[in-house]
Design a protein around this ligand. Structure first.
Ligand code: AMP
Ligand code: GLY
Length: 433
């Protein structure tokens, strides 16, 4: 079978690496990627395709006899690409436009939680600055302000003071996020540790994949501005088996049931961002796609055929498959980012030593890289995802940083404390044994 993977980041490089090992493409099948990147090009033939041009994507799939389209990022899903492909009879991994609202509209998700009695932060939807400011007064600081739509990860402000909160409301309604900020959600501040849970669903059956923990702030010790994620590890042990099953029964399963009951079944991967509060797990947000960089650690641990899993999901036959198997090992990824990120990244710098890093046993996934005169250079904010496995978080962390140290790229930086909180807990557990 031929498979088309859409996207160009580290998440897609990890998916490409795993899809290239699938039985689906073993017998004369081919993996395509659009647009891909130099890392993805190691596993797939990269082609330039505009994902916003649905007829062009459909035409490509028909011409190349694509049997499965895997959509990496959220924008094409929220834009209805999966609907266009399904209408043309092409199996696609990823939700419909209606179902992708779980990521595309924060207000939609909050209302669904309210209807289905799903634990999440208390909230109010507001459509003007005046309404927003009035809502802030009800909540008091700290409080969270979110642009309703997709804002490339920049639409959320966790405000510690009322002044900051008011500034965030004014910014949204002054148009800082364009149409994504035509509406906003004002939310109760939740306290706890965050963890992410990834679940496959074809609308009827749920298959839990694994948990992970991201590191969203740019600086060590979780300081500085929010980013798309500076590193992750899996599994997230803070999400104990008890808390995980609570999150499934109280959050993920009722969400899938409500979406199906309302005529918009959700098909694809449901990425639940959870806050582990004193009252149990609460939903922070859903994403309608795999996480980046969480996918990089999930793929290193997945022991089944990713192509078979995603195709079963696309063809509504998840119930026929056994539960997905993951290695008990820990996987940990360190994001090497360009100086300036999450602001304007410093592009064009040289990257050496990727092969040496991989010779240590790590996987180096490419995110923002390009080839210039045959040499690898920086072309984006997040550039490389150096990913390794180990029996413990400490071991995976040591292996990942040993690989990072094999790379010479003067214009890149990384956090040196990915997984550190869990390493400290490992040490504490060891001490009490
Ligand atoms: P989001 O873009 O929805 O993932 O939000 C970005 C980050 O803001 C989350 O990862 C949390 O760290 C934080 N956040 C979002 N909502 C809340 C909330 N209600 N209480 C506390 N922190 C939150
Ligand atoms: N790492 C966060 C995300 O993928 O949204």
């Amino acid at each position: 079978m031929n498979i088309l993977l859409l996207g160009s980041g580290g998440r897609e490089d990890a998916l490409a690496w795993k899809l290239a090992q699938s039985r689906l493409i073993a017998n004369g099948g081919k993996l395509w990627a659009a647009p891909g990147n130099p890392g993805i090009a190691r596993h797939a033939e990269c082609v330039s395709l505009d994902a916003t041009d649905h007829p062009a994507v459909v035409a490509f799939c028909e011409a190349q006899r694509i049997g499965l389209v895997v959509v990496g990022p959220e924008a094409p899903l929220v834009d209805g690409l999966a609907d266009s492909l399904r209408a043309a009879g092409i199996p696609v991994f990823g939700p419909s436009k209606a179902a992708a609202q779980l990521e595309g509209s924060k207000g939609f998700t909050k209302d669904l939680c309210a209807r289905a009695n799903i634990p999440t932060a208390g909230y109010r939807r507001v459509t003007s600055e005046a309404e927003g400011l009035a809502a802030l007064a009800q909540f008091g600081a700290p409080v969270v302000i979110k642009a309703d739509g997709l804002a490339a990860g920049k639409g959320v402000t966790v405000a510690m003071t009322m002044a900051e909160a008011e500034g965030a409301v004014r910014e949204i309604f002054a148009g800082a996020f364009g149409a994504a900020g035509a509406e906003a959600v004002i939310e109760e501040f939740l306290e706890g540790e965050e963890a992410s849970l990834f679940v496959l669903t074809d609308g009827a059956t749920l298959m839990v994949l694994a948990s992970a923990q991201d590191h969203k702030r740019v600086g060590e010790g979780d300081t500085g501005p929010n980013t798309g994620g500076m590193g992750a590890y899996s599994p997230a042990r803070v999400l104990t088996p008890e808390l995980e099953s609570q999150a499934i029964t109280q959050i993920v399963a009722p969400t899938a049931r409500a979406m199906a009951a309302e005529g918009t079944p959700y098909s694809g991967v449901l990425y639940a961002g959870l806050m582990l509060t004193a009252d149990g797990p609460k939903l922070i947000e859903y994403n309608a796609r795999f996480g980046d960089p969480e996918t990089q650690v999930l793929m290193l641990r997945l022991e089944d055929d990713l192509g078979e899993l995603l195709l079963a999901c696309a063809e509504n036959r998840l119930a026929q498959l056994p539960p997905a198997r993951f290695s008990p090992d820990v996987a940990l990824t360190v994001v090497m980012a360009a100086k300036g990120y999450p602001g304007t990244p410093d592009k064009g710098g040289t990257i050496d030593g990727v092969a040496a890093a991989e010779a240590t046993g790590a996987q180096v996934f490419h995110a923002g890289t390009a080839l210039k005169d045959g040499a690898l250079v920086v072309s984006g904010g997040r550039v490389l995802n150096v990913t390794a496995r180990g029996a413990t978080v400490a071991a995976a962390q040591a292996a990942a940083y040993a690989a990072v140290d094999a790379i010479t790229a003067p214009s890149l930086f990384c956090r040196r404390d990915i997984g550190q909180k869990e390493v400290a807990r490992e040490v504490a557990r060891e001490a009490t044994r």
